[in-house]
Each structure stands twice: as C-alpha cells, then as structure tokens.
Design a binder for this molecule. Structure first.
Ligand SMILES: Cc1cc2nc3c(=O)[nH]c(=O)nc-3n(C[C@H](O)[C@H](O)[C@H](O)COP(=O)(O)OP(=O)(O)OC[C@H]3O[C@@H](n4cnc5c(N)ncnc54)[C@H](O)[C@@H]3O)c2cc1C
Length: 451
C-alpha cells in the first residue's frame, strides 16, 4: 500500500507528489493522458520551435511557482518585443506605446473615470476582507448586480468597456447575474486589476524559457517513471476511514493510505465514489463550470508586426479573436502570434472546422495588423473544452454565490480523500500559481495525517 495516491499529473499533482516524496513518503501519481502537465502543454513545430497550448504566463505575485522554477534551475523570459499595443475600439485603431501605462486609448476624462472606479472597487474589496460587521450590515447592497455597479460607478462608456476587458482578462468574462460581492471576492483572490491595466506590466509578464512544460517535465523526471504512471485513467475511488482503493479503467486497483484528487472539480465528482460523495459536493461542482477558451496560434515566416513598430499585443472590441500576443519562441526566426477565441465565440466556432477558425483568426488580425497578416505559414490550436480530461479552460468559473457560500468547502477532505488543484485555491484561483499553492498546502495536510 502506498502512502498517497495522487490523481492527475498536472502542476498541482506533481507539486504535491514532490512535496511528499521529499519527505520520504511513498507516492504514486496516476495520470490518464500519455503525457504530464494537464493544462500545461508544449507543441513542437516543424522548425524545432514550440508554442504553449495551455498556461504559460507568470504574473505578479506568482511566488510559489517562481520558487519551483528557481529550484529546477530554469530561466524566465519577458515579452519578446517592445513596440506599440494596437487597440481597436469602436471601429478605430489606436497605437499605444507599450511603455505608456496610462492606457491612452481612452480620453483623459475616461482614464480618470476608470481610475476612480478601480480605486472604489479596491477600497470596497479591502473593506469586505477586513470588516465583517460592515459586510453584514451591507449584505443586501453587496448583493446588487455587478454590471449595475459598474454602470453606476463608471460614468463613461469607454471606461466601462475597458473595465470589462481588464476584468475579463483577469477573471474571465463577467457572468450574467454576478453580484458586487462576487466581484469583490474575485478582486481579493486574483491578480491586481490596476497592475493589469498597464499594457506591459500586467499578468502577461514572464514565461519559462522553453515553455511551462519544462517545469512539469522536470518535476516528473525527478519523481521517475515508477512514480508517475501515464495512461492510468482513474474511474472509481473506494475510500474508508484509514485507506482507499483506486480503480483504473483497465481494471487494476491501487491501495493507498491517503488520496489527493487534482482533477478539475466537475471531473473529480464525476468519478464513481464509494461511499457516494455528499450531494452538496456534486451540486456545487455542477455550478463550477469550466470556462471556454480556444488558444490558437498563427505562425508567420517572420514577426512582421515588429517591422511596423508593433509589439504584437492587441485588443479589440469586435472580431472572433479579440486579444493577441507575440509569443515567438526565442529559438525561432518565424513569428508566432497567439490569440484566444473566448466564451460565445469559442462555443460556436468549436462546432465548425479548424479551417474556418483559422480563417476567422486571420480576418481578425488582418483588421488589426494589416494585409501582412493574411498569409500565415501554419495554424495551431487547442480546444480545451473538447479534451476529455480537462473539459474547459482556463479554469472553472464559480456561478454567482457559489464561491462565497460553498467555494472554500470544496477543498475540505472527505476522510482520506483530499482535493487539490487550481480551482481549490483561495489565492490565484484558476491560475498556475493557485495550482502550485493548493498542491503544496494539501500535500502538507496529507503529510501531517501520515505522521
Ligand atoms: C489555454 C490556457 C491558458 C492558460 N493560461 C494561463 C496563464 O497564462 N497563466 C496562468 O497562471 N494560468 C493559465 N492557465 C490556467 C493553468 O494552466 C491551470 O490553472 C493549471 O495548469 C491547472 O493545474 P492543475 O494541476 O490544477 O489542473 P490540470 O492541469 O487540469 O491537471 C489535472 C490532471 O488530471 C488528469 N486527469 C483528468 N481526469 C483524470 C482521470 N480520470 N484519471 C487520471 N487523471 C486524470 C488530467 O489529464 C490532468 O493532467 C491557462 C489554462 C489554459 C487551458
């Protein structure tokens, strides 16, 4: 019987396994796919360069992840090119120098309006965190619609629009019916909205040289093939008071004293459990819907946008792909332009052909960067919602009210069965950093159980 069986070899699972293995405990990591990394994955291209299909950006405050990167002796790199950010807004293209943090695509009045709105939100979030009596006294007011709050507190259309963009980039699109309370919880648990507003100083700051996949591959290599078992799809967990039996799809069973499940919440509860999980857990997981993003790349013979002084970073208020970044690999002479199909666009285009999605991406970037963008050499994509062992991305979205009522409860152990992963973290929920923190914290709890 192993000390701990870990379900899933994503970042959370591998970090948890390393933590326990370092303390001399016997672990096995059971991974359904034929690769490690989960939502972290590299695709190597024909010229030997790579694109990152999943999580790649390291933002401010990603300290736990940075520690691991340092420990593995890996390097980080910044955005590849300086140059203007292109913003397409209300049919007009504006070029914003990347050093300029004042978001000048807005008029000075709109910038001031946005700044005040963010400041108000930040103050409310601080108060919510620090003042329980205030929170109770204002419960009804905090229940107001978040969109309503934005319209009331930001007076200009430009500031409201930019606010929604920054909010969506940080937490995903603002869900219909989300309350102010939900929004304030997001502000307290996610990246700093004010920092994200700076065009070159926000979430998208650094990445690992060679790709985030190097982190998961190095962690797995340390653990070894005997510990990290690929192609091991878990279908059932029977857990008692002192141990558990893990059932794999091929009929094999594994006995463990403790179990850490790092599957995204909906997939985790969809496994067969004996005894059955409490009903509330399935109900909550049902409300933690995975987001829907298709991450896509256009590969060009060179990063032509740099010739025009553009950084490759763009945002638009229309089109199938509304944000782009230059993610050209250091080793490549080609140009890699990355973009996202998001939400409803991802939903509808997911049902169409890859050729059609490529066309839609090209159309969007031609409008942004001109005719040079019309003839890419190749198109690469990953539609995460179609992946059986992920089910959507970037992370899962908590429906209005769910995080505040039951969110943190989701991370509570059921006897020897523990839960970890990006969606279980109270800080950086849904991000690489959240996965690392959660993996580490839950492993520490398991180590205490086993002591
Ligand atoms: C397109 C995209 C872009 C992103 N960009 C960023 C970014 O730039 N910065 C950032 O911080 N975050 C980003 N994220 C989010 C980040 O990648 C995730 O939060 C993080 O990788 C989640 O790690 P995890 O270990 O919690 O979960 P996962 O990586 O999902 O790991 C779960 C593992 O469980 C395995 N599994 C599933 N079912 C079974 C089963 N039945 N049996 C056995 N194994 C199973 C899966 O194969 C997987 O390996 C992005 C995500 C995506 C998809």
């Amino acid at each position: 019987m192993v000390d701990c069986a870990i379900l899933g070899a994503g970042l959370a699972g591998l970090v948890a396994a390393q933590y326990l293995a370092e303390r001399g405990l016997e672990v096995v990591v059971l991974e359904a796919r034929q690769r490690v990394g989960g939502r972290v994955e590299n695709r190597v291209l024909d010229d030997g360069s790579y694109v990152e299909l999943g999580g790649q950006w390291i933002g401010p405050g990603f300290d736990a992840l940075q520690e691991i990167i340092d420990d593995l002796d890996l390097d980080t790199i910044g955005l590849p090119a300086k140059g203007s950010l292109v913003v397409r807004l209300r049919g007009q293209s504006l070029h914003v120098p990347s050093e300029d943090e004042d978001a000048p695509e807005l008029t000075p009045f709109e910038v001031a309006d946005l700044g005040q709105g963010l400041l108000r939100l930040r103050r409310l979030a601080d108060r919510l965190r620090d003042d329980a009596a205030w929170r109770q006294a204002n419960a009804a007011w905090l229940g107001q619609d978040l969109r309503r709050w934005v319209i009331t507190n930001l007076r200009t259309m430009g500031a409201q629009r930019r606010f929604a963009e920054v909010y969506a980039a940080a937490f995903g699109p603002m869900p219909k019916g989300a309350t102010l309370l939900e929004g304030l919880h997001q502000v307290n648990s996610g990246p700093d909205l004010e920092t994200m507003l700076a065009s070159n100083g926000g979430l998208n700051q650094k990445r690992v040289d060679g790709g985030m996949a190097r982190v998961v591959e190095a962690l797995a290599a340390r653990l070894g093939d005997d510990v990290v078992r690929l192609g091991a799809e878990v279908v059932k967990i029977s857990h008692g008071d002192r141990s558990a039996t893990i059932h794999l799809a091929d009929g094999e069973t594994i006995e463990a004293k403790q179990v850490i499940s790092t599957l995204p919440p909906r997939l985790a509860v969809a496994l067969e459990h004996e005894p059955a999980l409490p009903e509330w857990r399935a109900e909550v997981a049902e409300k933690v819907a995975p987001g829907n993003v298709i991450k896509a790349f256009l590969i060009y013979d060179r990063p032509f946008w740099r010739d025009h002084g553009f950084s490759g970073q763009s945002s638009a208020d229309e089109g199938a792909v509304r944000v782009t970044f230059d993610t050209t690999a250091e080793t490549s002479s080609r140009g890699h332009l990355m973009g996202f199909f998001e939400g409803a666009d991802a939903d509808s285009l997911s049902r169409r052909t890859e050729t059609l999605r490529e066309r839609a991406f090209v159309d969007s970037v031609v409008r942004t960067f001109g005719e040079d963008a019309a003839q890419p050499l190749a198109y690469v994509e990953r539609d995460w919602a179609r992946e059986k062992f992920t089910g959507g991305c970037h992370g899962a979205h908590f429906s209005p009210g769910v995080w505040t009522t039951n969110g943190p409860l989701l991370a509570q152990a059921e006897g020897v069965l523990h839960w970890a992963g990006a969606e279980y973290s109270t800080r950086f929920n849904g991000y690489l950093e959240g996965a690392v923190r959660s993996g580490r914290e839950v492993a520490a709890a398991v180590a205490r159980e086993l002591a």
